[in-house]
Write a protein that binds this ligand. Structure first.
Ligand SMILES: *Cc1c(COP(=O)(O)O)cnc(C)c1O
Length: 414
């Protein structure tokens, strides 16, 4: 559709404009695993990338393609590949594009499971430097002749640090590095990584895009800004068959889906696609709630510190205001030393004790005891994660009810 149209208009009408059977407004759920052809030459052409079409559902399915198209439109990119989970998207991107002896520079504030994957890949011969990505100079200092990629997230989980996104983009452009931005936490509604020259944009669709905690999914979008002609790890057969701008994303699709098998199911793609239609509405409401809640929490005597990019006390508050439409719906807070954070969580009646984020419902989790438990107290201290930190994924409930829930919980703790 006309890319001049607004974000939500484009998302809502994207399936219909592809003209599914019988005028369906949604792309139907195609559960077939395989497709048959009258003429074998047509099947051969699909295999050899000479014709568009589907052969086997691990590497392509019309329901999944429709979701991929929606995400491409949201990110104003060139093409998208969807995966079974966000982690499948992250691992396929790294495995499809890198080899032993390559070096990458990654943020030291990565999502825990991405960090864990990177540790695994270091054991297989990949070199990785972890640096404080809020400071672009540290990225520059980590550069080596064999550096191939820089990997950052827009807003880090749980302490909400914001990477020096624009400066890193300029550096990657200058050095010819693939610039991967995991945009899960901002979502394509709040921020377009293409604006800071990202090459590839990753999403956990499980979070804000799907938005309802009812399906897992992941995606990788090529923005079209990276010149794959100069990237050494592209298979020669793809260089022969595929347009130069599409070789990177095609290798992620072919090798990524083939090797990992992390294929998104058509049922999940349908749930995620319907969920994505209200992304802008949900984000506006959740961001309003998050800001109000952050301001409320900051004023409470039992709270030591609130981590939220929308607060003027946040170290990257200016940057967040420049880059993002709103400040996001994820925040953390640390309680005063004398308050037991587990006892406090147990007093909350509406806010759910749960590990997901990006849900319509507000979810809270104690960080040191769960998602950062395996790191141990020493590493947590190094990473400036207080033992009483609670992460909140703010949902779309009525704000009076959210504040009321905290109010009654503080009352019981006092
Ligand atoms: C959740 C998350 C992932 C992984 O996504 P799954 O769908 O849970 O596999 C990756 N990156 C970020 C920033 C996330 O929040």
């Amino acid at each position: 559709m006309n890319s001049q149209k607004g974000f939500t208009t484009r998302t809502l009408h994207s399936d219909r404009l592809a003209k599914p059977e019988f005028g369906a407004l949604h792309q139907p759920v195609h559960n077939a695993v395989t497709w048959g052809y009258e003429q074998v030459e047509d099947l051969v052409n699909v295999f050899q990338n000479k014709a568009k079409g589907y052969a086997y559902s691990r590497q392509g399915n019309p329901t999944v393609s429709a979701l991929e198209h929606k995400i491409t439109q949201m990110e104003q990119g060139l093409a998208t590949v969807a995966f079974a989970t966000g982690m499948a998207a992250v691992s396929a991107t790294l495995l499809a594009l890198l080899k032993a002896g390559d070096h990458i520079i990654a943020s030291s504030y990565l999502f825990g499971n991405t960090r864990s994957l990177m540790q695994t890949l270091m054991g297989m011969g990949l070199q990785i430097s972890f640096v404080d990505a809020t400071d672009g100079e540290q990225i520059k200092d980590a550069y080596q002749p064999n550096t191939r990629m820089v990997f950052v997230e827009t807003i880090a989980n749980p302490a909400t640090q914001i990477a020096d996104l624009a400066m890193i983009g300029m550096f990657c452009q200058e050095k010819g590095l693939v610039y991967v931005v995991d945009n899960t936490m901002a979502s394509p509604y709040l921020f377009s990584p293409k604006a800071v020259q990202a090459s590839l944009i990753i999403h956990s669709l499980t979070k804000y895009i799907g938005g309802h905690g009812n399906a897992l999914g992941g995606s990788v979008t090529d923005t079209g800004l990276y010149h794959w002609a100069s990237f050494p790890n592209i298979a020669p057969v793809l260089r022969e068959q595929i347009k130069p701008e599409l070789v990177g994303i095609t290798q992620i699709r072919k090798r990524g889906l083939r090797d990992s098998g992390g294929t998104l199911s058509p049922e999940a793609a349908h749930h995620l696609s319907v969920g994505s239609e209200t992304l802008a509405l949900r984000m506006e409401r959740a961001c309003n709630n998050a800001l109000a809640l952050a301001e409320y929490l900051q004023s409470q005597p039992l709270i030591d510190k609130v981590y939220y990019p929308g607060l003027s006390t946040h170290p990257q508050n200016k940057l967040a205001t420049q880059l993002f439409k709103r400040s996001g719906a994820l925040m953390s807070f640390a309680l005063q030393d004398q308050v037991d954070c587990l006892a406090f969580l147990n007093q909350l009646q509406l806010v759910i004790k749960s590990s997901n984020l990006g849900d319509t419902r507000t979810l809270a989790i104690p960080v040191a005891q769960t998602i950062f438990y395996e790191l141990g107290a020493e590493r947590r201290a190094e990473m400036q994660i207080p033992e009483s930190m609670i992460r909140l994924s703010v949902g779309i409930e009525d704000i009076e009810d959210l504040i009321g829930d905290f109010e009654q919980a503080f009352g019981k703790m006092a």
